[in-house]
Design a protein around this ligand. Structure first.
Ligand SMILES: CC(C)(CO)C(=O)C(=O)O
Length: 413
């Protein structure tokens, strides 16, 4: 099968590396590069993605590359010279098309930033079909909702979606050479099927004790004898690939659990990313001051109130409505979304990633004028607006990031 990865920053490199290590070489993994420069960097690195974890350096090679130039996202014909030097790392050149089948994307891992995903998937959408699978792995929330409103409007013809919450802490040493500093986990779930297939049947098998319940690939599609095999093949293979990556602590969970994990990560990012960006400091430096604890506590309290209001409204809606809810927010207030648990998680992550420069600060240092903040603090603010909860500290951080990306710091002299 053909796997593609969109967004080859530090998380994209980590995912691509581990995908390559677990998948047999008959499955291609294509890195979709934003710029020619990035494509050349991977070529310069010998087509190898290096990951260093606890002082151990591991290599993965055998990637294909293609360019996403922001104008036309289609694979380009391989350069003969590069192909003969390295059969797997073939930067593809302008001027051709391998035909519809070769052009199509079966499984797309999206590690691009939240604010870059909608425009990128708009361009890639002609290559995606109802038989494709999109795995959203980026920080922040609201991307899936945006994609189904703006690009994949028809539930019948939209690709399958997997949503993931990722708590690994990674930073780049050099291009395609990353340090996996904070070992976290990836929890993922499948968005319910528009055709009504129950991918989570085994999670609802009450004859098995709850901790032993696992998702079953056969609940996606059992075998080629299934008349709808083609429709579900990429989903089954994408889930299998994720499950295989146990070095990344991957767990297939019911969507309701993933939604909780995503909300917890959202709060962590809505605290650490803006604060480190405003202060220009590493994650670990933040909570050395009492003042930072105060800001963190306020954001956690506000977020917990918004989540509780959302859960209460959803529970009421569900009782009233028979409609299929394909967004599946948690329908009960999980203890894990209460303010004190959110605070503990912020402190834990800041410590686990203490040497990290947060992704938002890294973008700002590179001169970005747009950041992920609208999908972090901005997402919480939208929830607050929808469910009548005020989030003043979250709003202030959101405003300060917008100021931070428009007013140059320390440029008075
Ligand atoms: C968890 C954290 C804050 C680690 O740096 C992160 O996800 C980010 O930088 O975006």
């Amino acid at each position: 099968m053909r796997f593609h990865v969109l967004g080859i920053g530090s998380i994209g490199s980590l995912i691509s590396h581990h995908l390559r290590r677990v998948l047999p070489s008959t499955h291609t993994i294509t890195l979709i590069h934003k710029t020619l420069r990035q494509a050349r960097d991977v070529q310069d690195s010998g087509g190898i993605i290096r990951v260093e974890a606890s002082g151990v350096l591991e290599n993965a090679s055998g990637f294909k590359s293609e360019l996403f130039d922001g104008v036309a996202a289609r694979p380009r014909i391989r350069s003969k010279m590069q192909s003969s030097e390295n059969p797997y790392t073939d930067i593809q050149k302008e001027g051709g098309d391998d035909g519809v089948h070769e052009n199509s994307i079966e499984s797309l891992f999206v590690t691009a930033k939240a604010h870059q995903t909608l425009p990128a998937l708009r361009k890639l959408s002609p290559r995606l079909s109802p038989n494709s699978t999109i795995i959203l792995m980026q920080n922040g929330m609201g991307v899936y909702e945006e994609l189904i409103q703006e690009v994949f409007r028809n539930p019948i013809s939209r690709p399958h979606f997997i949503l993931a919450s990722n708590t690994h802490g990674v930073h780049s040493k050099s291009p395609f050479n990353v340090i996996h500093a904070g070992k976290g986990e990836i929890r993922f779930g499948i968005v319910p099927d528009s055709a009504g297939r129950n991918f989570e049947a085994e999670f609802q098998n009450y004859s098995i004790p709850t901790p032993d319940r696992r998702g079953r690939l056969a609940d996606i599609v059992e075998s080629e004898d299934d008349p709808h095999f083609a429709r579900y093949r990429s989903l089954r293979n994408s889930v299998a690939a994720l499950v295989l990556m146990d070095a990344l602590n991957t767990t297939w969970c019911p969507m309701e659990e993933v939604q909780i994990a995503m909300r917890r990560k959202l709060v962590v990012n809505s605290v650490i990313n803006p604060l480190t960006s405003i202060m220009g400091c590493r994650n670990g430096e933040l909570f050395q001051t009492k003042a930072a604890h105060g800001v963190m506590r306020s954001v956690c309290r506000e977020a917990a109130q918004a989540f509780a209001a959302e859960a209460a409204a959803k529970a009421l809606e569900r009782r009233k409505s028979v409609e299929n809810d394909l967004t599946v927010p948690p329908s009960f207030v999980s203890r894990l979304l209460q303010a004190d648990f959110l605070e503990q998680e912020c402190l834990r992550v800041a410590e686990a990633t203490k040497f990290n420069i947060s992704s938002m600060l890294a973008d700002i240092r590179k001169g970005a004028t747009n950041t992920e903040v609208n999908y972090m603090n901005g997402y919480l603010l939208k929830l607050g607006k929808k469910y009548g909860v005020r989030l003043p500290t979250t709003l202030t951080l959101w405003r300060m990031i917008h100021m931070r990306t428009s007013i140059p710091l320390d440029k008075l002299f």
